[in-house]
Design a protein around this ligand. Sequence first.
Ligand SMILES: Nc1ncnc2c1ncn2[C@@H]1O[C@H](COP(=O)(O)OP(=O)(O)OP(=O)(O)O)[C@@H](O)[C@H]1O
Ligand SMILES: [Mg+2]
Length: 323
Amino acid sequence: MALKNRKTLFTTLSKDSAQQLDTLASKTGKPKTRVLDEAVETLYKQKEVEDMEQQHPQGTAITIATNKGGAGKTTSTAAIADILAKKGNRILLIDADPQGNLSKRFGFAPNAFPENYLGELIQDRMDHRDAHRDISYYINPSEGYSNIDIIVSNLRLDGDYSAMNAESIKGTTVFRTIIEDVRALDVYDYILIDTRPSLNNEVGAVLVASDYVMIPVEPTEDAIFGADATIKFMATCRRMNPALKLLGIFMTKVYNRTKSFQEAAPVIRDSWESSVFKTIIPRSQDVDNAGNEGKPVTTMFPNKKITKKYEQLVEEAVNRIHA
Ligand SMILES: Nc1ncnc2c1ncn2[C@@H]1O[C@H](COP(=O)(O)OP(=O)(O)OP(=O)(O)O)[C@@H](O)[C@H]1O
Ligand SMILES: [Mg+2]
């Protein structure tokens, strides 16, 4: 790539850069113009790589967590995955909740007994298996979504978690190993992890391996305590994973006219200020209807208000990641 206006560039070079250029030219025996062209080309290439990395950050790991049960973690994980995938991202879901609700949304019935579910992967990476399998063995294509894959859960996962909790160092770092293996595949833009309603070692191990946390909060007193406890728990996990960030708290299952919303929403905004996403996910019967069909609500009802709201939430979240 030859520069068109080298002359301008030469005159604007700082004294140090001009000297460096002289030295390089005399060392390599190349004309100064060539040295300059090559330097600019290298910079362009670096920029291209940086731009690509910006678009494909090799699996940004986002965990949806709160110890409040029924807060909308699974519903939101499924919706966010669906929307990110529709935007052309490659998604890996990890269903880290033995209830297996996320797996169900993507075509894996909880009463099935897959050999390659998350618990087997945990046991494998904790060296409890004779032969280690490649991470790809544990990744399933999801039913009906070409760019969403999933590591599924199963009720048996509780037993595997017990084994994990019995080994402090390996247990705490096993999800980190799993995420590293996934990233080495260099396939996924986002890794989304759905967790159980708890702040125990298992969720801790997931947070130790995550880049970001999103916390759903229903505007009720109990749910606010849940979000508060989750943020405190994140502070503990940061001792092992200082890069862990709160991507944001979002209000969900909101019915505007209720007294509890009118009272709780200002408390949420005052407590967590700019961490609270602007988008509010409404309470909608569509969620249950989609759940009964075993589908994410955004897939089942692409034109409904709740889907538009999840789209806005995803836009806010992605903007925060790239800010
Ligand atoms: N926006 C919504 N409007 C109405 N109902 C909702 C909404 N979001 C979730 N629900 C319902 O609330 C219940 C709990 O939702 P979900 O399973 O997503 O929560 P969760 O936090 O994953 O629960 P758990 O803590 O058991 O894992 C489900 O019956 C779901 O259909
Ligand atoms: Mg759930």
